[in-house]
Design a protein around this ligand. Sequence first.
Ligand code: GCB
Length: 593
Amino acid sequence: MLRPQDTSTRERKSLNGLWQFALDPNAEGRTGRWFAERLSDAREMAVPASFNDIAADAPVRDYFGDVWYQRTVWVPRGWQGQRIVLHFESATHRATVWVNETEVVSHQGGYTPFEVDITDQVSAGEEVRITAVVDNTLNWQSIPPGVIEDTPAGKRQRYWHDFFNYAGIHRNVWLYATNPAHFTDVTIMTDLDGATGVISYTAEADGADSLESRVILRDADSSEVASGSGLSGTLNVPDVHKWAPGDGYLYDLELQLADGDTVVDSYHQSVGVRTVQVDGIRFLINGEPIYFTGFGKHEDVPVIGKGHNDAYLLHDFELLKWIGANSFRTSHYPYSEEVIDYADRQGIVLIDETAAVGLNMGLGGGIFGGQGYQTFSPETANDATREVHAQAIRELIARDKNHPSVVLWSIANEPESDTEGAENYFRPLFDVAREADPTRPVGFVNVMLAPHGKCRVSQFGDVLMLNRYYGWYVNTGDLAAAELAWEEELTAWAGEGKPIIITEYGADTYPGLHSLAAENPWSEEYQVEYLDMNHRVFDRIDAVVGEQVWNFADFTTTSGIMRVGGNKKGVFTRDRQPKAAAHYLRGRWRKDL
Ligand code: GCB
């Protein structure tokens, strides 16, 4: 699938803005054909945004089930004879869409795009009604998983990930037009031959049999540097300007379908020329070792929840630059494509993660016992779940394969990984990822419950990604003991001979809470001491090639006794003000100061 764009032959119309919106607590809308007319009892809802925090209304915030979005749109009259497509960048977690009374598409998976050709349902110059029912429930066959439980107080949605289940239409919605003959996909792979960049491209097109296909590569000054013909080929760029961490240099590859001198479809794909490779314990970009500095993040801001917002995007990247971070992980789901595009342009390196989080019944039981479920079983995470998970991996890679910023796929966060069930579940998923993308390393994020010697899934990864909380969840307040235990475990992992990225380490910190006794958890001083202890350990182990603090900013979670107004492990507050740890990290990461 190609991202909608405006070009000399393509045109988009944004459907962002205010839509009609209605909850459907009794699940009547589908049988009652709510799509067939104007939604009754509707309020207005912003798109893109999570619906949860917009209404001052607890039933909206905690709602699970179907919600309905509806709007009308005029199909531009100039689109006569064009192929017309309706495109959602995401709908969390699944959606079905109607154009007028015709059901046109369904999609599951809350963080990847879907689209449908609606040429037959619409006419240029006429108004159509678009209705989407979005269902945010989580079950054992969704990624992420969850369960709806009957309680004395009614039904409750339970899930096992530590962030709020924000839902709705989180990203852009587009109507766009192309020529009936058009490109449908392109895959770019890049390599280096000395100072020459080698760009291989493979395009796919529909209705293009009698047309000529050609490509033009331009540099960042729009000067042509190479060209070719055919749906696939290789372009050489002497003295190539490589894409590298901190240097987001991009070329533009224009794909053209032409009928003689007439270009009938033109699509622009940005290209960053770089290589990625794992070599023993080193992670190489363009043959040079990288040490990842940065964070696990969330898409999470006041009022709009997980809705994409350009201002926060820019501000967050300013803060990354300010603090000296060269990377982050899209924990715990694929982020908006605007984020990935911007990372390409800014030279920020990404670990790109699927939404497979919470597949672990060992976590979160605490003194109240276990979760009451077995993670992998015919009734819980089963073969059907794995197929949904495989599809989530394929859709992530299909969406992000051409982004130079993405250097590593993470197929899950902290799943159960110390059992036979886990091994059987995950083995084929690594194959799915490698088949979809033979060029990038693949891994998953290991949890503290499956330490070295117990984990049965790490053997499949090219890189070890570890989340560890020595000094927080264990050895709380005793950093000396934490340091010894952490170094012992990490030394054992180093023996695997793979690069290790510490993808989470962090301490909840209430901003403004200070303590002279630095070993007082929740204080700003403790967060600094905790990070410093971790860094002493990392610096002693050669196989550690990266440190990503949990988390960039405080974020919203479900309520619980471990959380005070959300998860407070942010180095910045939710409104992006620095805690003391931000200044400390800046001192460690900004080598130029
Ligand atoms: C983890 C999870 C992350 C949580 C974090 C925490 O291991 O991956 O989603 O938010 O710990 O703060 O407990």
